[in-house]
Design a protein. Structure first.
Length: 735
C-alpha cells in the first residue's frame, strides 16, 4: 500500500444535482486512493459518501480552503472499469451529475457505507464448558436448553439459527456464560459451475426458427445487438435458455432484465429448473442487505445468472457473458423519477463497453428498436410461429354501440364466456382500471368528485372504504353526502376491476373469480400465491390490469376479453397507437398458449377506428412498420431525437416564464424544432401547475451540444428558483 508524502487532492463525485465534481484534500496518513473507490466527505453540515473520480498533486483552489476527506471506504475500485465508464457516459447523455448517476448504479447499503466485500459468516459452536453441560441443567431455561441441544448436533450459522427460530435472548445468556462461542468465517466464492455446468432439465427440442436464432446469437461472443422479434407463444424463453447454456459452458455470467417484479418468480423458477447454478435476484422489493448480498455474489462470480428489473442493469459481473432484456418494449425500463435513464439503451452501451452480446426480445418491439433493426444497427431475428402445438388465436371485435352493458360486459361476451367455462377452460378479462369505479357521481346533481390537488377525479375503492386519486395518492373515506348539493344519492360512475369481479361472481356463481391488480397484491408473496392458484385451476375467471397481461403463461386460458380500452386510442401522447398495439397484442397473447385453441374479443365503441382495424387485420409486426413510417413523416422520434423540459409551480405564470426564457435560448431551423411551452395533459397535479416544453433535432449530437450549451444559462436563471424543473432525454411519457 503506497502512502502519500506530498499533499494529494482528490475529485469526488457526490449524489447531488450540481453537475460537477468536488475537490478534497487527502490527509497525510491516508494511502493513495484509486479512482472509483468510495470516500466519506464533509459537504455543508452533513457527511456524504461519493466515488473518487480523479487524483492529482495540484489544485486550482487555495489548499487551506479545501476540506480533508473523512474516511476512505475502499482500497480498490467499487465498479469494474466498463461499468464506471458507463456511468460517466450516462451522466453526460442524461444531463445529470456523475454522482447522481452513480447513486443509481450502487446498492443503497453501499451508498450508506456498507462493506463491498463478501460478508463473513458468523458460526456458533459449543465451548468446552458447553460440551460438558447437560441439557437437563437448563430445565428452567427452555430457550437456552433448545439452543444447547441443537449445537450438540452440529455448529450453526446465523442464517440457520434464525431459520430454527431460536431465542436471541437465550443465545446471549449462553454467550455470557461462556458455553457458546462465535466465530467469523470468510466464505470463498463457489466457482465450480465454471468448470462443470450441471443441468437439472433436458432442453426442449427447438423448432427450425428457434435453432437458427440460437445459432446466430452464439456464433460470436464479442459485442453485437440483436432484436429477437417473436410472436407471443413462439418460445423466446427457450431461445434465451439455449443461448445461456452456451455462455455458462464457457464459464461466463448472464444478466437478464425483466420489466416487472411480478414476472421474476416464474422467470427465476424457469432458469433454476434448467441450470444447477446460483441465481442472484435484484429488484426494488428486496431489503438493502438482501440486495447487497446478491450484488456481491454477482461481483465475485459465484452467481452465474443475475435476474432483475431496471436497476439490476448496473450489477457488476466478474465474468461477463451476455445481457438479455425480455419484453424490451416495456415502459417500466425507463425510469420516470430522478435520473430518467432507459435500461434498454444503457444495456446496449454496457454490452459495447464490456465487449459482450446484447439480446433484446419482444413480441411487440418498440419502434426505436425496430428502427435500429431495419437500419442495420441491430441484427434482426424473427420467430413467426408459435412453439409446440399452440395455434394462432381467433380474433374478433364486439361493437358495443347502443348495446346494454352489465358492469361493462356485453351480452355476446358473456355468452362466449359461458361456452368456454362450460368446456372446463379459464377466461381472462382485461380492464386497465383498478378500484370499484373510476369516479364518484351524485345521482341528484351530477357532480363528479374531483381531487382537490389534481385535475383528475377520485377513484372509488369500495372494499377499502375510500376514494383515492391515482395521480397524487390523495385519499379520503367514502363521503356520505355530495360535496356540491348534500344529497346522499352517490354512486360509482364507470367500471373498475373490483366492481367487475363482484358482478362476475353473481353472473357465474359456479366459477371462482380472482382479481389481480395493485390493490389485491400489496402483501409480499400474494401475487405468487394467486398465480400458483390459477395454474392449479382453482380459479376459472381471471380479472386484472396490466399486471396480468405481461409475460404470464396460462395454458388453460382459451378466451381473453378486453374491456374499455377505447381511451388508449385517443391520447395527447404521440406514442398512444404504439402503446395500444403493444397492449392489445400482449393481452391477446395470453390466450391459446398450449394445445387448446384461443379466442380474443375486443369490446369497443370504435369498431371503425383505422388504427384498430390495421392492428387486428395485419398484426403488430406490419402495424408497427406503418406506425414507424408515420413517425418519420411527422418528424417524431425515433426519426428525430427529443428532450422534454418539465416545470411545475404553485403559480402557473412562474413555470410559463421559466420555459419561455429557455425557448429564447434555443435555435430554430429546418433541423431543430421547438414545441411549446404548453400545459401538460394533466394540468394540475398534487397542488402544482405543470407546464412542458419539447425540443428536438434531426441529429442526436446536435441535440446534445445545444442542451449542454444551454444548461449553465438555465441554472443561472432567477425564474429557475421559482419552480421545480427537470430534463427528460428520449421521453417515453408526455403525460
Amino acid at each position: 500500500m503506497i502512502y502519500a508524502h506530498m499533499p494529494l487532492f482528490v475529485e469526488v463525485s457526490l449524489p447531488v444535482p450540481l453537475r460537477r465534481d468536488f475537490s478534497y484534500r487527502l490527509p497525510e496518513h491516508f494511502p493513495t486512493p484509486v479512482i472509483g473507490a468510495r470516500v466519506r466527505v464533509p459537504f455543508g453540515r452533513q457527511q456524504l459518501i461519493g466515488l473518487i473520480s480523479g487524483v492529482s498533486e495540484q489544485c486550482d483552489l487555495d489548499p487551506k480552503l479545501i476540506k480533508p476527506i473523512s474516511e476512505l471506504l475502499d482500497i480498490e475500485a467499487l465498479l469494474p472499469e466498463p461499468l464506471y465508464k458507463l456511468t460517466q457516459w450516462a451522466a453526460r447523455y442524461y444531463f445529470c451529475s456523475h454522482g447522481q448517476m452513480l447513486s443509481q448504479a450502487i446498492p443503497a447499503a453501499l451508498r450508506k457505507g456498507a462493506d463491498a466485500k463478501r460478508a463473513t459468516i458468523t458460526q456458533l459452536h459449543l465451548a468446552e464448558a458447553g460440551k460438558a453441560a447437560v441439557p437437563a441443567m437448563l430445565k428452567r431455561a427452555p430457550a437456552q436448553q433448545k439452543i444447547l441441544i441443537e449445537l450438540a448436533k452440529s455448529h450453526l450459522t446465523d442464517e440457520e439459527f434464525n431459520a430454527l427460530e431460536l431465542s436471541k435472548a437465550g443465545l446471549k445468556a449462553l454467550l455470557d456464560k461462556g458455553w457458546v462461542h462465535k466465530h467469523q468465517l470468510l466464505m470463498s466464492p463457489d466457482l465450480s459451475w465454471r468448470q462443470h455446468l450441471q443441468m437439472d432439465e433436458q432442453p426442449h427440442k427447438l423448432n427450425k426458427e428457434q435453432a437458427i436464432a440460437v445459432a446466430a446469437m452464439t456464433q460470436a461472443d464479442n459485442f453485437s445487438s440483436t432484436l429477437l422479434e417473436g410472436i407471443t407463444g413462439s418460445g423466446k424463453t427457450e431461445v434465451y435458455l439455449a443461448t445461456l447454456e452456451h455462455h455458462l459452458k464457457q464459464g461466463r455470467q448472464a444478466l437478464i432484465l425483466v420489466p416487472e417484479i411480478g414476472l421474476t418468480p416464474q422467470t427465476i423458477n424457469r432458469f433454476r429448473r434448467r441450470f444447477r447454478v446460483k441465481v442472484a435476484v435484484i429488484h426494488s422489493g428486496l431489503t438493502d442487505n438482501a440486495r447487497l448480498n446478491a450484488w456481491r455474489d454477482a461481483r465475485c462470480g459465484e452467481a452465474a445468472i443475475i435476474i432483475g428489473t431496471r436497476s439490476a442493469l448496473f450489477t457488476p459481473m466478474k465474468y461477463p457473458g451476455v445481457i438479455i432484456l425480455d419484453e424490451e418494449h416495456d415502459a417500466s425500463f425507463k425510469q420516470q423519477e430522478g435520473v430518467g435513464y432507459h435500461a434498454r439503451d444503457l444495456a446496449v452501451m454496457r454490452g459495447h463497453l464490456e465487449g459482450i452480446p446484447v439480446i433484446l426480445g419482444s413480441a411487440t418491439p418498440s419502434l426505436e428498436s425496430l428502427n435500429n433493426a431495419l437500419n442495420g444497427r441491430y441484427r434482426h431475428l424473427i420467430l413467426s410461429k408459435r412453439a409446440g402445438a399452440a395455434q394462432n388465436v381467433r380474433q374478433g371485435i364486439i361493437d358495443i354501440r347502443s348495446q346494454p352493458l352489465t358492469a361493462g360486459l356485453s351480452q355476446p361476451l358473456i355468452n362466449e364466456m359461458r361456452l368456454h367455462l362450460d368446456a372446463g377452460n379459464q377466461v381472462l378479462l382485461f380492464l386497465n382500471r383498478r378500484g370499484f369505479a373510476p369516479a364518484l357521481l351524485c345521482h341528484e346533481c351530477g357532480y363528479l368528485h374531483e381531487c382537490d390537488r389534481c385535475d383528475a377525479f377520485f377513484t372509488l375503492h369500495q372494499q377499502l372504504g375510500e376514494i383515492c386519486c391515482h395521480h397524487c395518492g390523495n385519499q379520503y373515506p367514502i363521503p356520505r353526502q355530495c360535496h356540491n348539493c348534500g344529497s346522499t344519492m352517490l354512486l360509482g360512475q364507470g367500471v373498475g376491476t373490483e366492481q367487475l369481479a363482484a358482478e362476475l361472481e353473481k353472473l357465474f356463481p359456479k366459477h371462482p373469480v380472482v382479481r389481480i391488480d395493485r390493490d389485491t397484491t400489496r402483501l409480499k408473496g400474494s401475487l405468487e400465491q394467486h398465480l400458483n392458484a390459477i395454474h392449479r385451476g382453482e380459479y376459472k375467471i381471471l380479472v386484472g390490469t396490466q399486471m396480468l397481461a405481461k409475460g404470464h403463461h396460462f395454458p388453460d386460458v382459451t378466451l381473453v376479453g378486453l374491456l374499455d380500452v377505447d381511451g388508449a386510442l385517443f391520447s395527447a401522447d404521440f406514442r398512444a397507437p404504439e402503446r395500444f398495439g403493444q397492449l392489445y397484442t400482449q393481452v391477446a397473447g395470453r390466450a391459446g398458449r398450449a394445445a387448446k385453441p384461443g379466442t380474443v374479443l375486443l369490446q369497443t365503441h370504435q369498431g371503425d377506428n383505422p388504427v384498430l382495424r390495421d392492428l387486428i387485420q395485419r398484426g403488430y409486426s406490419e402495424f408497427a412498420r406503418s406506425q414507424l413510417q408515420e413517425r418519420q413523416q411527422a418528424l417524431l422520434p425515433p426519426a428525430w431525437h427529443m428532450v422534454l423540459v418539465r416545470a411545475e409551480a404553485h403559480n402557473p405564470r412562474d413555470a410559463d416564464e421559466f420555459l419561455s426564457q429557455i425557448v429564447a435560448m434555443l435555435p430554430r431551423d429546418k433541423d431543430f424544432e421547438v414545441i411549446g411551452p404548453m400545459p401538460a395533459p394533466l394540468d394540475r397535479k398534487a397542488g402544482k401547475y405543470r407546464r412542458q416544453l419539447m425540443f428536438q433535432a434531426r441529429d442526436r449530437s446536435r441535440l446534445q451540444q445545444e442542451t449542454e450549451r444551454m444548461l449553465p444559462k438555465i441554472d443561472s436563471l432567477a425564474s429557475a428558483k421559482k419552480c421545480r424543473w427537470s430534463l427528460d432525454r428520449d421521453p417515453q411519457d408526455l403525460l
